[in-house]
Design a protein around this ligand. Structure first.
Ligand code: ADP
Ligand code: ADP
Length: 229
């Protein structure tokens, strides 16, 4: 069966008298080692999908299975362990600790999980060899996102979830960052799910899941090139 199996998921948010159906029966699968992109306009339900996949939110109906385990049946305690040990997160605005260096930011993440990778090695892997001792404010947006990616990878997670990782970057830097995520997926065999509102980026995904109004509007698989330059 698939590494990620999202089946008939319904999520509602209550705001006083008003109820919003954020996800209205969403089903999709992602195979192990795939680079998946969830695309759709603002409000479509992308973040809700990612939050449920990452154990930060629960669904009202349906079933979510990751690596053979039913995440949607987890207790709060199991969810905490799952978030800490199994999932790497990358956010739009990097979420780095401003008074720690790049290296310290990455070390901080690896300290809390059971099978961390060496922080300096991971930073070298994302091309930040010369910037490890800089603080976030001394780094460009693209460099800060590389630190955030290194921080997520240092946990050696089963699944890497990226919420609009290119959203705060110019087009060119954004493409480079997405390419880095794709390379990471290819080299490590890690399963990666990226959400974006930018259709121009979807060509890079092995699998593209298009979401609109809380539903899957289209699904597509791109052939992997035999070799990447
Ligand atoms: P996207 O990430 O595609 O922009 P979201 O998943 O953030 O979409 O939101 C889907 C819908 O759910 C939107 O209508 C949004 O306003 C609503 N929503 C998301 N989170 C909450 C929340 N915590 N409380 C109430 N409504 C929410
Ligand atoms: P971008 O083109 O991505 O916006 P910037 O113009 O912010 O990048 O930065 C260009 C280069 O200058 C980057 O390598 C960045 O690390 C470096 N840099 C930016 N601000 C500082 C700073 N306050 N101290 C040291 N280096 C900096």
């Amino acid at each position: 069966s698939a590494f990620v199996d999202f089946k008939d998921v319904v999520k509602r948010y209550r705001m006083g008298e008003v109820e919003i159906t954020a996800l209205d029966g969403v089903s999709f699968q992602v195979e192990q080692g795939e680079f998946a992109i969830v695309v759709g306009p603002s409000g479509a339900g992308k973040s809700t999908i990612l939050n449920i996949l990452g154990g930060m939110d629960s669904c009202d109906e349906g079933r979510v299975v990751v690596d053979g385990v039913e995440v949607s049946a987890f207790t709060q305690r199991q969810l905490t362990t799952y978030r800490r040990n199994d999932i790497g997160f990358v956010f739009q605005f990097y979420n780095l600790v401003q008074n720690l260096t790049a290296l310290e930011n990455v070390e901080l993440a690896s300290e809390i999980c059971p099978h961390p990778l060496e922080a300096a090695a991971v930073l070298r892997g994302v091309g930040l060899t010369k910037r490890m001792n800089n603080f976030p404010a001394q780094l460009s947006g693209g460099e800060q996102q590389r630190v955030a990616i290194a921080r997520a990878l240092a946990k050696n997670p089963k699944l890497l979830l990226c919420d609009e990782p290119t959203g705060a970057l110019d087009d060119r830097t954004g493409k480079t960052i997405l390419k880095l995520l794709q390379d990471t997926c290819r080299k490590s065999g890690m399963t990666v799910v990226v959400i974006t509102h930018n259709h121009a980026l979807t060509a890079m995904g092995d699998r593209v899941i298009e979401v609109r109004d809380g539903r899957v509007a289209a699904m597509k698989r791109n052939a992997r090139p035999a070799s990447v330059e």
